[in-house]
Every structure is written in structure tokens, then in C-alpha cells.
Ligand binder design. Sequence first.
Ligand code: ADQ
Length: 534
Amino acid sequence: WERPDRIPLRQRLLVVANRLPVSAVRRGEESWSLEISAGGLVSALLGVKEFEARWIGWAGVNVPDEAGQRALTKALAEKRCIPVFLDEDIVHQYYNGYCNNILWPLFHYLGLPQEDRLATTRSFQSQFAAYKKANQMFADVVNQHYEEGDVVWCHDYHLMFLPKCLKEYNSKMKVGWFLHTPFPSSEIHRTLPSRSELLRAVLAADLVGFHTYDYARHFVSACTRILGLEGTPEGVEDQGRLTRVAAFPIGIDSDRFIRALEVPQVQEHIRELKERFAGRKVDTVLLASILVNFSCSIDKLPKVNQTHAKRCAVVRPRVHMAWWYRVMLGVDRLDMIKGIPQKILAFEKFLEENSSWRDKVVLLQIAVPTRTDVPEYQKLTSQVHEIVGRINGRFGTLTAVPIHHLDRSLDFHALCALYAVTDVALVTSLRDGMNLVSYEFVACQDSKKGVLILSEFAGAAQSLGAGAILVNPWNITEVAASIGQALNMSAEEREKRHWHNFVHVTTHTAQEWAETFVSELNDTVVEAQLRIRQ
Ligand code: ADQ
């Protein structure tokens, strides 16, 4: 991939997102520690190196005092981050309320919350007012730091009002807006009481981007059907002004993952994980029974295993048998859209129907808790724990359990090691804008050529569909069957599918995504100026 000529070298890019890529923890009155936070947007934009980027966003903490705000601003400046300070009430109504309780479920086809179905309810109106107020506060900070020629890139459903606020400050500002979630069918969007105001606010941007062509099409339909505007192949037109609408599928910094596999710390993690999960102590009697179970003899094993197996049987009666265990992996934020209960139930069905696999496959489910103060998320956590407990009780033995579930974030190196030892990755999102976990897994499958089982409702299904096994996550029987298909897949087919996805992941990277978006934004603005001059 070559850098397009039209991007000026080191153009200043103001990335505006609800959260900064770091979380701040107060250590003293004027002392802060900063930690990188997990999440798809952070992972993608960390890979972007071509611009002189500044981040503008909320640091995730309430800082009521001026001394604290000054100290945090200073600490963040070293990381090229600029904070927007939001008070507790705004955060509650804008972030927990309008963003997470209304837009997030709606955009993922989970509908509006019952009590907010009527546009006239006070809570809906006050949450929407807080949403607009918060977006205005972001615009104020952007405006303070904006310099002529900068590109302002607004991110996600939290900031749908921001393009309008920015253009009111300065109509010449280059403003792009990108949505990381799906944009739902216009029939879903039209249920939102503030549907028109939000669409019009987004249309103030010069360029509007989505992960897939389908989401872009839904957005254009919403503008034509709800606002009565004209949709064109380029976007949406309103009184002679065109807002470009297009698909920009995100990617990852694949090199970062591939390079990580060479890091000694990652290799050490891989060794430990293989020993813990891919290894199993067996004696010669058990070895013989396994061979009978598999109806094969040592000679029929792959060459590398043959030697090891002979050594096990003859030289050392008790050793690690690294190839008897298969590792399946799920890595998700603990969110209802990720379909974690559905995934675990499908695994249970698979074990139920395939008794010969019961002590030979383990599912590692790593779930980072998010929005832990929201009752629905607390309920989801308990539900997942309950299902995992039941299945482990049902299929576990005194020495092993089929599911290892962790409620926490893993550091980058540990995550890469996990991806590398995985035989089958399970992504069962009920809806997902893209899903970067599937990309990260593919990037780390250096030697294994593992299989990706991927929900057809994740944006990634459109890019990795030919290499993955696509499933409807609501159909537990189908997902269970696909687990069997993945575990039994021949090495040739695994390799073929893996390469298809690997080529995609390593050529459609986060850098390419960001550069394409910004260069398209630059072009769009130039074309609009030419149109006005004509
Ligand atoms: P997310 O919903 O956060 O992103 P996803 O795209 O899968 O979903 O990205 C999650 C990121 O968080 C990955 O980089 C992953 O490595 C990291 N992560 C997840 N669990 C982790 C754990 N336990 N420990 C450490 N890291 C973990 C949103 C949208 C997606 C869209 C992205 C990018 O919901 O659909 O793909 O933005 O646009």
C-alpha cells in the first residue's frame, strides 16, 4: 500500500472521542496516573502513525476542583491528550443515560428501554438535553485547540451532535464523523424520539463514515425516509449541499501483533499456556486408551507427535501430552451485544452431543467488565457466572473444568499469547460494528492456522466471511455444530481459510483505514469548495 500523494505530511488531526485512550486515576491532590484503556476504537487508533494526532475526550473521572483539572491537563498533555471535563450529573444523563441506555441498545437492534418509549417522558428529554450540552462542551474544547488546516475527526454515537456544533463555530472546519457501531435499519432509527435532530446534526459533517456498505445504506435511507432528503450515490444532498457518506472498514495494526509473537515475554506466556491448557498429564495406560478412542495408532499420528508419543510411552511414563487438548477462545467486553451467554450455551450443547470431546477441549472466555454500575450489565455478569458454573459442574472433573471464565482485562502480551495458542476462536456477537478481536486472532495465528467461528451479525463477517465459519449466534444448535466442524477441520482447509483472512487483516490495517478516511475528507472539502466556486 502506498501513501496517497494528496495527504500533506504530518497533517494535524484532532481525534475527538467520548473517552481518551487513557484512564486517569487520582493519586494525590495534584498527582495522576494514566493507563491505556481497552476497547476497539483505542486499539485501532493506536495503530495510526501518519498524522500529528491529538486526542480530545473525557478522561473517565469527575474532577470538580481547578487544581486537579490543571494537574490532569498537564499530565495528559505529555500523551498528546486534551481533556473535556464533564460533571457527574452530565455524565449520568449523557453517557450512562442517552448514550448507553438509549443509543447503544437501539443501534444494536435491542430496542429502546421501556420507560423511554414516549418522547414526552422527562427522563428522555433531560437525557437528550444533557447529550446536546455535553456535545457542545466537546465542541468548545475542539474550538479552543483548532488551528486552520486541521482535520477534525469525530467518533461514534456519543458525538452525533458534534459536527453541527463545530460547523456553527466555523463553517470552514474540515469535519468528519465515523460510527463504530452498526447504523440500524431506518425502521429501527425512526423509533427514536430525537431521530430527525440527530440525523441533521450528523449531516453537518463533510464526510460521514461507517464500517460497512450496509450501515451506510441504512443511514442514507434514514435521511431520505425520515428527513425527506435526496440520497445520491455519493451521499445525502440537502439544498445543494452534499454530505459524503461511505464505508471505511476499520482494521488493526497487524504488524504490532505479529511482532509481539517474537517478544520473549510472549513466548514465555505461550509456553506457560500450552503447559497449562494444551498439555495434560497422562500415563501409558491412558495414552493407549486415547489412541484406541481416536482409533489410531502412534504411526498414524502427525510426525512431530509420533516422536513425542513414543518417548512418552517408552521413556517417560508421565509427561505432558500437548496435542490432546484443544483450546477455544472468546475475548469480549462483557456486553449484551457480544452474545456471551449464547456462546457458552452453544459450547454446552457441543459437549452434550460430543462426549468424546469432553475432556479434550477447553473454552477460555476472557470478558472485560464494562458499565459495571448499570443494572442490566450486573444481571448479565451474574447470568454468565451462573451458566459457566452449571456447565463446569456438569462436565468438569476433579482435576479439570471445560470453561475458564475471567472477568478482567488482559495486558497486550498476554492477549497475543492467548490468541497464538488458540485452535478455535468464537465470536458470537448478536450485533457488532466490526469486531476487532476476530482480526487480532487471525494476526496471531502464526503456526496454528486456527479456525474463526464468526457471527454473521458482526461487520467483520463481510471481510473475513470467506475464511471464517459464519454462524447465526441465536441458533445454538448451529453454533454447536460449527464448533464440531472447526475442531475436526483438516489441516489443508484450516490453512486455506487462514490465509484468506490473514491477507485481508495484514493489508486492511488501522493505518490504511485512518489515512483513507482523512484523505477522503480532504478531497471532499476541496470538491465542495470547487462546486461553490462554479
Ligand atoms: P468494541 O465493542 O470494544 O469496539 P472490538 O472491536 O471487538 O469491540 O474491540 C475490542 C478491543 O478490546 C480489542 O482490541 C480487544 O483486544 C480489546 N479487548 C477486549 N477484551 C479484552 C480483554 N479481556 N483484555 C484485553 N483487551 C481486551 C467498538 C465496536 C466494534 C468495533 C470497534 C472498532 O463495538 O464493533 O469493531 O469499536 O470500531
